[in-house]
Design a protein around this ligand. Structure first.
Ligand SMILES: Nc1nc2c(ncn2[C@@H]2O[C@H](COP(=O)(O)OP(=O)(O)OP(=O)(O)O)[C@@H](O)[C@H]2O)c(=O)[nH]1
Ligand SMILES: [Mg+2]
Length: 302
């Protein structure tokens, strides 16, 4: 009587035990996977929360017409994520669709489709302030900020501001320049007109002139219009330079320079930039803009 019980018991154990061990192990594996998934989800949510917090903080900025106090500036500085203050922070501002994101990509030598490039396009309105560290050979220690069209808040925390426009320069563009100059430490500004090739093409067709004549006309008209607008807004320097560029030409100059001067030890001179820009067909002020940005950056941190 005892033996069959033992035999049945052993048989049961032989089947049940491995099965239960397998269940325990597989449920442990499942538990571990579940825990890993939850941890990952937690990390993702934390990142999202940090991002939202930062965006919220950006959106609580101070209009550029108001001069921020030193305390306000100090409070805002951590947004630049540069505790050692070793970077140059460049903001690109301007109306919607004027080519801000394209300009950021061109300065960094990125094509629109490159991973990490700013989103560009007629339907790709940039909604949030975004931070883009540079990787080109020219702009070492530069961080670019793509500032959405309507958002001119927080401009005071950047080291330099580029105001870009495409067709018509507006009063608010000049107001931005004036505000930057009224800061306790004035912020250097650059006026940049984008889309040169499109303007030249349109002028050539509408006026029935050659490409070269269209280019000269664009340069002349831009300079006159800018001067008139600066004067109308009582800006203190009516002869402020307006750089006329095209994103594709600027991008090519930066990429060619980055290709040629790959080594970190290479020093790129103004003449190198000038020569490179002269070799790109259609270039107008792309070389001068790069040279002046670098010179201003060096002077500011001297
Ligand atoms: N040919 C040419 N096209 C340009 C130039 N700059 C911008 N574009 C085009 O204009 C469109 C809008 O450019 P974006 O760089 O997205 O403009 P944005 O100012 O960032 O636009 P928002 O984010 O909506 O404010 C895109 O199709 C660009 O390719 C330029 O210099 N030349
Ligand atoms: Mg954009």
């Amino acid at each position: 009587m005892v033996l069959p019980v033992i035999i049945i018991g052993v048989a049961v154990l032989k089947v049940v035990l491995p099965a239960s061990i397998a269940v325990v192990f597989s449920s442990r594996r499942d538990m571990k996977k579940m825990r890993d998934d939850l941890e990952k989800m937690h990390d993702d949510l934390k990142k999202m929360q940090d991002c939202l917090k930062k965006q919220y903080a950006w959106n609580q900025g101070i209009p550029p017409e108001i001069r921020p106090t030193r305390e306000q500036r100090e409070k805002a500085e951590p947004m630049l994520e540069d505790p050692s203050k070793s970077f140059y922070h460049f903001a690109v501002a301007g109306h919607a669709g004027t080519g801000k994101s394209s300009l950021v990509n061109a300065f960094r030598g990125y094509k629109d489709k490159d991973k990490g490039a700013a989103k560009v396009g007629i339907n790709e309105t940039t909604m949030d302030i975004k931070r883009y560290p540079d990787r080109s050979s020219i702009f070492k220690n530069f961080v670019w900020y793509d500032i959405p069209g309507a958002n001119r808040l927080w401009l005071f925390i950047f080291d330099f501001i580029i105001v870009c426009w495409k067709d018509r320069i507006m009063e608010i563009d000049i107001q931005t320049l004036t505000s930057c100059e009224k800061m306790e430490v004035p912020i250097p500004t650059f006026l940049v007109r984008t889309n040169s090739q499109t303007h030249i093409h349109c002028l050539k067709l509408s006026e029935e002139i050659t490409k070269e004549e269209a280019k000269e006309k664009l340069i002349k008209e831009t300079s006159e219009t800018v001067k008139k607008t600066l004067q109308a807004c009582n800006y203190n320097d009516p002869n402020k330079k307006a750089y006329i560029i095209d994103r594709f030409i600027l991008g090519k100059v930066v990429s060619d320079l980055t290709e040629k001067f790959r080594s970190k030890k290479d020093i790129i001179t103004d003449d190198d930039i000038r020569e490179m820009a002269e070799n790109v067909e259609g270039a107008i002020d792309e070389g001068d803009l790069l040279i002046d940005l670098l010179r201003t950056a060096k002077e500011r941190r001297r």
